[in-house]
Design a protein around this ligand. Structure first.
Ligand code: ASP
Length: 337
């Protein structure tokens, strides 16, 4: 691994890409979900920020050594999945029936290769299962028991479903069930669809540009609390919650997944750069503040293009997000600046 990285750096130097004036440009952006942020205390806010920083450091350490954007995305997301604060991996939300059903996807912007899993219940790091689907199967997306089986036989660390139990998420489920029952009594739909005000944060994602000029994106989530009927959101859907193309940009979304699916947000953003030649920030703002808002949808996204431009718009009260540039400087933000 180390040998490969050193060799990669030597090749970069030889190809003239690495010189004092022309340093390889790389950058990494991560998010920990968008939402109403009700009840986030300053102490909690600093714990979330510390989690984001740890994720950025893990990805940055790889990029600095000549690692690829895909490697950095995987490393950052793994850190966030292992942190019970975030609604992904260890801290995933509960479904209505009290299960943790996890979704994740990853995409390589160089060759437009992608992998995704939906509704897995035993994979410790669903982003690794998504990566295994991309690398070791002829498919893009696997779901449910088959996806768990595939992960188990393709090198992913498996855990008992109880691993994903957290008291904090259990409490949110109990509350959500009460709300749903009340709604059912009032003759309303009784399906989990967080309103803009109730939307909780915690889905995680990362987008990266590496020294070779390649982009990658990944997203991982437990979905939404009290989801039913094997509901699947945008996070594992390539083109909705995740997309990466060197010709456009790398994108990871968070928010009310149903809206992101209907708008095909991630692919739409990349296309606006590739086909519409729009600047990244303008196109990202248009999607979140105009198109998503016009439909009544709430959420945000992180994105990066090949020039290292980044965008992190959201139309919720806050969004956990942060970035690291090639000089190693880290910035994390929660609310609007
Ligand atoms: N987008 C995710 C979903 O709908 C949830 C989130 O980002 O918080 O499953």
């Amino acid at each position: 691994m180390l040998f490969r990285r050193v060799l990669a750096l030597i090749l970069l130097v030889l190809s003239g890409n690495l010189s004092a004036q022309n340093l390889p440009r790389f950058a990494l952006v991560v998010h920990g979900g968008a939402g109403a942020m009700g009840g986030v205390t300053p102490a909690q806010e600093s714990r979330y920020r510390a989690g984001l920083e740890k994720a950025l450091e893990a990805g940055y350490a790889l990029l600095k050594e000549g690692g690829t954007a895909i490697e950095a995305v995987r490393a950052s997301i793994r850190v966030l999945e292992d942190d019970s604060l975030f609604n992904a991996g260890k801290g995933a939300v509960f479904s209505y029936e009290g299960r943790n059903e996890l979704d994740a996807s990853i995409m390589d912007g160089k060759a437009l290769r992608a992998g995704a899993v939906a509704g897995v219940t035993r994979v410790k790091n669903p982003i690794e299962a998504a990566y295994a689907v991309m690398e070791q199967s002829p498919h893009v997306m696997l779901c449910g028991r088959g996806a768990d089986e595939f992960a188990a036989t393709h090198g992913c660390q498996m855990v008992k479903p109880a691993y994903f139990y957290t008291t904090a998420q259990r409490k949110l489920l109990i509350q959500a069930r009460k709300t749903l029952r009340r709604q059912q009594h009032q003759g309303k739909s009784g399906s989990a669809q967080a309103s803009k005000k109730e939307l909780k944060y915690g889905t995680v994602g990362a987008v990266a540009l590496d020294a070779f000029g390649n982009l990658a994106a990944g997203t991982s989530t437990g979905g939404i609390t009290a989801k039913r009927w094997n509901r699947i959101g945008d996070s594992p859907i390539i083109g909705a919650g995740t997309y990466a193309s060197n010709a456009g940009c790398a994108v990871s979304c968070t928010g009310q997944g149903e809206f992101f699916i209907r708008l095909g947000v991630a692919k739409s953003l990349s296309d606006q750069l590739e086909i519409g030649h729009k600047p990244l920030q303008e196109a990202a703002a248009d999607l979140i503040f105009e198109k998503l808002a016009a439909m009544g949808g709430a959420g945000g996204l992180i994105a990066i293009d090949r020039k290292g431009n980044i965008a992190m718009p959201f139309n919720t009260r806050g969004m956990f997000r942060g970035y690291v540039r090639e000089d190693g400087s880290i910035c994390t933000e929660v609310f609007n600046q």
